[in-house]
Design a protein around this ligand. Structure first.
Ligand code: NDP
Length: 283
């Protein structure tokens, strides 16, 4: 079997077209959705991510501000900035790009963002709302993964979904979203002893470990759907995932490429969350 590609780029484009129309409809009511992105320091990868987010906002008609702060900014000063944007009427979404320098607590930063503007879906209130099935901003990467699977009309209900990784931003929220879609979910992590045995049981395998070539064709059931979240730099400087693409595509029924897989969906769901927030202004 040679897998069909799930192009995140293609799904993202279709979704962004729809978001553009929603933003235009809001504009007619006098509402311009607004996102502020706060970046601390000079990390080139983070800078490239935030620029991508700002550009995507422009594309769909969301107003955006990129606020940059020196690496030396104090935690207190950064929290004050967030509080300022919590109160700003023209801003519907606040995103603080992670990682942060060691002297700033990620937890404090996330807790300070108003849950009503937490478009990354990281605030404990949004996580709690998601877990209990209430209206919440969903964490963008897992949200994007589920959306791209649905776009391809791949059934999730009743399927065994195996997620490799249990981070707060990908693995854990992904497990809960798939549970909400009525999948049977297993979560593997670095202490899992029989990883291959578990991944081979997956109807849908989501790999988010940040380890190049962690999973290859031998670790995949024939016909499985493979979602590669990993973004790693190979020794040659190439962007690669966690899945050995060439061997995996011979076993899988569907597979996401790197680049052009999960990445574009993550940004698209950030836009969707910002619009969802802006719509509340019109209520
Ligand atoms: P983290 O480093 O926070 O978490 C990695 C997870 O993988 C941990 O739970 C860890 O286990 C587990 N893990 C690590 N090594 C192994 C192993 N050998 N076997 C099984 N599990 C293992 O990473 P993130 O969740 O933030 O990101 C994961 C990857 O996804 C990264 O490459 C990141 O760049 C990428 N990413 C891509 C996004 C996109 O939009 N495409 C968005 C976000 C992330 P343990 O908990 O035991 O340590």
């Amino acid at each position: 079997m040679t897998a069909e590609l799930i192009s995140g780029k293609e799904v993202a484009q279709a979704k962004r077209q729809d978001l553009k129309q929603q933003a235009a409809a809001l504009k007619e009511k006098g509402i311009v959705p607004g996102l502020v992105v706060l970046l601390v320091g000079e990390n080139p990868a983070s800078l490239s991510y935030v620029k991508g987010k700002v550009k995507a906002c422009e594309e769909v008609g969301i107003y955006s501000e990129l606020k940059r702060y020196p690496e030396t900014i104090t935690e207190e000063a950064l929290l004050k900035e967030i509080e300022h944007y919590n109160k700003a009427d023209h801003i519907d979404g606040i995103l603080v790009q992670l990682p942060l320098p060691d002297h700033i607590s990620e937890h404090k930063v996330i807790d300070t963002i108003s849950p009503e503007k937490d478009v990354d879906g990281f605030h404990p209130i949004n996580v709690g709302r998601m877990v209990t099935g209430q209206d919440a901003f969903l964490s963008c990467t897992p949200y994007g993964i589920v959306e791209m699977i649905k776009y391809k009309n791949i059934p999730i209900s009743g399927k065994h979904v195996v997620i490799v990784g249990r981070s707060n931003i990908v693995g854990k929220p992904a497990s809960l979203l798939f549970l909400r879609e009525n999948a049977t979910v297993s979560i593997a992590h670095s202490r899992t002893t029989n990883l291959s045995e578990i991944t081979r049981q997956a109807d849908i395998l989501v790999v988010a470990a940040g380890r190049e070539n962690l999973v290859s064709g031998d670790d995949i059931k024939e016909g499985a759907v493979v979602i590669d979240v990993g973004m790693n730099r190979s020794a040659k400087g190439k962007l690669v995932g966690d899945v050995h693409f060439e061997s995996a595509k011979e076993k899988a029924s569907y597979i996401t490429p790197i680049p052009g897989g999960v990445g574009p969906m993550t940004i698209t769901m950030l836009l969707a969350n910002t619009l969802q927030s802006a719509k509340k202004r019109s209520l």
